[in-house]
Design a protein around this ligand. Structure first.
Ligand code: GAP
Length: 489
């Protein structure tokens, strides 16, 4: 575990060094739990988003995509239950003044028990916590923390306040006109993208003439004032979600819930996440809107954690919006119900939601990809490299084009190849430094293919292609380069 933690720190440094991820406002010492994606990070993130978008919209005839605004009418959040319920139980340490999310505090203690070989105690503690959280038993949670002697990591004391609820939504003021009642101008930064889909249900269904079952997909920023924001881009205050609400006939939701649970796991595998690194975790405590929910968990360097949520949200959201807006939000289903031999008629659709954090998916991909390798060469000397084995399909740069020297007409041939390939995928051109050094740099940023143009290219139109993953090199026709890269995408 210590080694994994060490590797995780190396990964964070690597992301910064090679332009994947920077601390936000680093110039001013940073802003906690907010990150900027650099030149390579932004491209990798876009590739992941595009893969998701394609899998949802292009590959499903009954799913369409939208792009709703971040600002929404404040009543949306009243109707959705976020104003009253989107809170976490928190506890403060009176000595350090540090605030903790209760489940995180207890989980960290449980992790330590596991590391100390006290697996039974770990399991018992987590079981008690889950039961108390399910009952919203705050006094019980406080007793659990006290009886387990759980200490603050800063003050090292057990001097805790009572457990209290803390709302996670960010508020801001809307418009320039001051109102007598300051609450009139309050808007929230959306804590999930899903509500933008619910409030557009009728717009999309009618204008797109969508027939149930159908889905609406969306990607975009969400904001949560996380109390304990940690583990790099795992838990951020500003992050991006990729959500899809699938509207179904009431009563069929469990069938679709099982369908999307399996389909989403298969999708994660399709972008290179091995099946054994993914598992399902059923929720014991259900959110206020759900009749079933599970997490697709990934084994991050710091343990198994949620990557994506699959939620059966019933008709809660559409019914709430109908009630608060005083407008009818229903669907007329003229398919015939075999039980009654009559059309299903009017109903409020049920919803199965898939919701994955794009930043968390990014972290998944890079933590799988990052490797520090050492080996002994044929001459007995040691060699090493850092490599990002990002699958070619999502790698930010697909091909590096490297003229061996900056003269003798080699850059011209390289530029021609660049012009031929750059319409189809991201290429990188580099003519500085020794070729071995350039290969290492491409390994470090995760470029799956390098092509070297040398003097032989001028004679027989062949180039050396070098494969990132096994460092194999072979001679191929210059005219085959584009085809080989395209085949891998
Ligand atoms: N609309 C349902 C919803 O928002 P959620 O389980 O709260 O459900 C869905 O969030 C996904 O969003 C999570 O599985 C995670 O990948 C991502 N996510 C949630 N909070 C996050 C945070 N603070 N930082 C990064 N990603 C987050």
């Amino acid at each position: 575990m210590a080694n994994e933690a060490n590797n995780f720190q190396q990964l964070i440094s690597h992301c910064k060094e090679y332009g994947y991820i920077f601390q936000s406002s680093e110039l001013y010492d940073g802003l906690s739990a907010v990150y900027d994606y650099g030149q390579l990070g932004a491209q990798l993130k876009k590739n992941l988003r595009d893969e998701w978008w394609k899998s949802m919209t292009q590959l499903h005839e009954n799913i369409v995509g939208i792009d709703a605004a971040i600002f929404m009418h404040p009543t949306v959040w009243k109707a959705s239950g976020h104003v009253d319920n989107f809170s976490d139980p928190m506890i403060d340490n009176k000595d350090s003044k540090k605030r903790y999310r209760v489940d995180h505090l207890i989980e960290a203690h449980a992790e330590q028990l596991a590391l100390d070989g006290k697996k039974d105690e770990e399991a018992a503690l987590l079981k008690s916590m889950d039961e108390l959280l399910a009952k919203d038993d705050f006094a019980g949670l406080k007793t659990l923390i006290d009886s387990n002697n759980i200490k603050c990591s800063i003050s090292k004391t057990c001097n805790w306040t009572d457990v209290r609820q803390f709302n996670l939504m960010f508020k801001t003021e809307f418009g320039a006109v001051a109102s007598e009642n300051p609450d009139d101008n309050i808007v929230y930064l959306r804590p999930e993208t899903a509500q933008g889909i619910f409030v557009n249900f009728l717009n999309v269904q009618k204008t797109g003439r969508m027939k149930i079952p159908f889905g609406i997909a969306q990607t975009g920023k969400a904001f949560r004032n996380e109390i304990v924001a940690r583990q790099f881009i795992f838990r951020m205050r500003e992050f991006e979600q990729m959500e899809m609400q699938f509207f179904v006939r009431p009563g069929s939701q469990m069938e679709w819930y099982a369908y999307w649970r399996d389909a989403r796991k298969v999708w994660h595998q399709s972008i290179g996440i091995p099946a054994e690194k993914l598992r399902f975790h059923d929720h014991i405590k259900l959110a206020h809107y759900a009749d079933a929910a599970l997490d697709i968990e990934f084994e991050f360097p710091f343990g198994w954690k949620e990557l994506e949520g699959i939620h059966s949200r019933t008709d809660f959201d559409l019914s709430q919006h109908a009630q608060y807006s005083k407008k009818k939000i229903q669907y007329f289903d003229n398919d015939v119900d075999p039980a009654t031999n009559k059309p299903y008629g009017n109903y409020t659709p049920y919803v199965v939601e898939t919701s994955v954090g794009l930043d968390r998916l990014f972290l998944t991909v890079i933590s799988l990809a990052y490797a520090e390798e050492k080996w002994t060469k044929e001459d007995g000397t040691e060699d090493s490299r850092v490599v990002m084995r990002i699958p070619a399909k999502i790698a930010p740069t697909k091909l590096a084009i490297l003229p061996l020297v900056k003269k003798d007409g080699l850059p011209e041939i390289a530029r021609q190849l660049m012009d031929e390939c750059k319409q189809s995928f991201m290429c990188f051109y580099e003519e500085k430094d020794a070729i071995g050094k350039r290969y290492r740099r491409m390994d470090a940023i995760g470029t799956p293919f390098c092509v070297t143009i040398d003097h032989q290219t001028k004679e027989d139109n062949t180039v050396t292609i070098r494969y990132r993953d096994d460092m194999r090199q072979e001679r191929i026709a210059l005219s085959d380069v584009k085809k080989i890269v395209l085949q891998s995408l």
